[in-house]
Design a binder for this molecule. Structure first.
Ligand code: FAD
Length: 519
């Protein structure tokens, strides 16, 4: 992010008053003196804060706020709340959202990363006690890569991850935080003991399942609607050393999903024989494949397999090991895989990597895409949770009949199952009601004038599911109207709305989600 220029306090105050007066017609309050110089509005800062990783939605804020402390954030929110015309406020992690969720039109965007250097230079503190065991107290602005690097110094690690580690803790906990570990350890929100939150009234509250639990459950998966997470206490376990990482190819979708579901049925947290990670992805006969995982000698036969079938389903599994006894983990993996797995026998690929290499696996793709200028492009993503009972219909109706037939290069498509019992229904996030459901992530990248083709395809997919009665729930989604959100939340809407009235009664937080401010 570009360095911001310090603007003399006088100009900032004049700017804020002028801006909010022109937009809100009647503004009676000035920001308190102690935070007046934290607002910035130079054109570069505003430009950056007007857009996100999606590069589709643009919303111009009045100012960007660079807090030096948690108290600064509380003062800002109090100021925004008490203003005669309340001011919208959005916490911005890394703005890795794709549909404007971290933006705030005419409001104030909080640049959370400016908190990075608080707590004596570290926003990540590792501790343990007799009731919780090991845990890390982590600032909401921290990146998961930094959490990993710090906890590894203590031989410890969180258990539930996201695929890409340059996301913030506050940002992923506001959604769910899912990856291949979720089937066994639950999403990241299932691994949080306690939170510090600044509510929409500017109140600082510590909450947990036992204390102020309503706020705790509201905030986790709460899309930033109830408060700004300034600290999360994250569960830690001993860190593995290395990882056996497998990819198995299938031409038959039923065999692929049957094997995925069978593998995730072994999911006790303490069962050392269970897999640590399971995902899946498509190899599509559309444009170039990323074959970097595979030996060069296999490229030709992989390409001809994909050409032959149009779609190949790739099951991706990993087993961690904690010492150097590679032979034992080999045996455990063989025990898990032996028997009736239906993958194509000549298409099993294996790697042995460090734990860090495994968790940080997306970074090399990011750096590659950045070097080609293909990272900062539109990302018309569609992420869906699909009920297990309809996943075969989803394959034929969406993967084969829409994505494969339309033949616009699909980018990365992930597909893997999760166990509902690893999620806590008291939290705000909405998932299908079945015991097992799939996440299907269509992670498109497009040219700047070409994202509409993907958006149209996304709409067609949603229409197909609606018409076929496949009750999908978007993850990281966006809607045009509040009616759509009400439908999304279903039976949870009433409690979501009531919690909003309790914790953010003037509806100023995270307006970019367009749940309560969608005009
Ligand atoms: P932002 O986009 O900045 O914010 C997201 C929302 O949370 C906004 O509404 C914002 O106002 C609010 N918010 C931000 N910080 C806070 C806070 N401290 N307190 C309260 N509200 C806050 N997601 C997964 O679950 N699994 C994945 O594997 C995964 N992989 C990804 C890979 C890439 C390359 C990208 C770009 C995204 C991926 N995501 C994944 C999505 C990611 O979880 C979301 O983009 C999420 O929003 C986190 O991004 P962020 O930290 O930049 O948050």
């Amino acid at each position: 992010m570009a360095k911001h220029i310090t603007i003399p306090k006088k100009f900032v105050t004049i700017f804020i008053v002028t801006f909010f007066m022109s937009n809100a017609m009647a503004t009676t309050l000035l920001p308190p003196n102690d935070i007046a110089d934290r607002f910035h509005n130079d054109s570069e800062t505003i430009k950056i804060a007007s857009s996100d990783f999606g590069h589709i939605v643009q919303e111009i804020p009045a100012a960007v706020f660079y807090p030096n402390s948690i108290d600064d954030i509380a003062s800002l929110v109090k100021y925004a709340y008490n203003n005669s015309v309340p001011i919208n406020v959005a916490a911005r992690g890394q703005a890795h959202s794709t549909w404007g969720q971290s933006l705030a039109r005419d409001g104030v965007v909080i640049n959370m990363t400016s908190l990075e250097n608080r707590l004596n230079g570290s926003g990540i503190i590792v501790s343990s006690d007799s009731s919780l065991g090991s845990y890390a107290d982590v600032g909401g602005e921290q990146l998961w890569i930094d959490v990993l690097n710090t906890t590894l110094q203590y031989g410890l690690s969180p258990v539930s991850w996201v695929d890409y580690l340059y996301l913030t803790v506050g940002g992923t906990l506001s959604n769910a935080g899912i990856s291949g570990q979720s089937f066994r350890f639950g999403p990241q929100i299932s691994n949080v003991y306690e939170l510090d939150v600044i509510t929409g009234k500017g109140e600082f509250v510590t909450c947990s399942p036992k204390e102020k639990s309503e706020l705790y459950y509201a905030v986790l998966g709460g899309l930033g609607q109830f408060g700004i997470i300034t600290r999360a206490r994250i569960a830690l376990e001993p860190a593995p050393k290395r990882v056996k990482w497998l990819r198995l190819f299938y031409s038959d979708f039923s065999a692929f999903t049957r094997d995925q579901e069978s593998l995730i049925s072994k999911n006790e947290r303490r069962d050392n024989k269970a897999l640590n990670y399971l995902e899946g992805m498509l190899l599509l006969n559309q444009g170039p494949q990323d074959l970097s995982f595979y030996p060069v000698s296999a490229y030709a036969r992989i390409n001809s397999l994909v050409t032959k079938y149009g779609i190949i389903y790739c099951l991706e599994a990993a087993k961690y090991y904690y010492d150097d006894r590679e032979s034992r983990v080999e045996k455990e993996l063989l025990d898990l895989l032996k028997g009736n797995l239906g993958f194509l026998p000549d298409f099993m690929f294996e790697k042995d990597v460090t734990y860090m290499e495994f968790l940080n696996r997306v970074r090399s793709s990011e750096l590659f895409l950045r070097s080609k200028g293909q990272w900062e492009v539109p990302h018309p993503w569609l992420n869906l949770f699909v009920p297990e009972s309809r996943i075969l219909d989803f394959n034929s109706g969406v993967l084969k009949n829409i994505i494969l037939k339309q033949n616009i290069p699909a980018g990365i498509v992930l597909i893997y199952p999760m166990n509902r019992n690893k999620w806590d229904d008291k939290m705000s996030v909405v998932i299908p009601v079945e015991d097992v459901f799939y996440v299907v992530s269509m992670l498109h990248s497009s040219g700047f004038n070409k994202w509409e083709a993907y958006d149209n395809q996304n709409k067609e997919i949603l229409q197909f599911c609606d018409g076929a009665g496949i009750k999908v729930k978007p993850y990281l989604g966006h809607y045009e109207t509040q009616e759509d959100w009400i439908k999304h939340f279903g039976s949870k809407w009433e409690s979501f709305r009531a919690r909003k009235a309790l914790f953010d009664p003037k509806m100023i937080l995270s307006p970019g989600q367009r749940i309560f401010n969608n005009n």
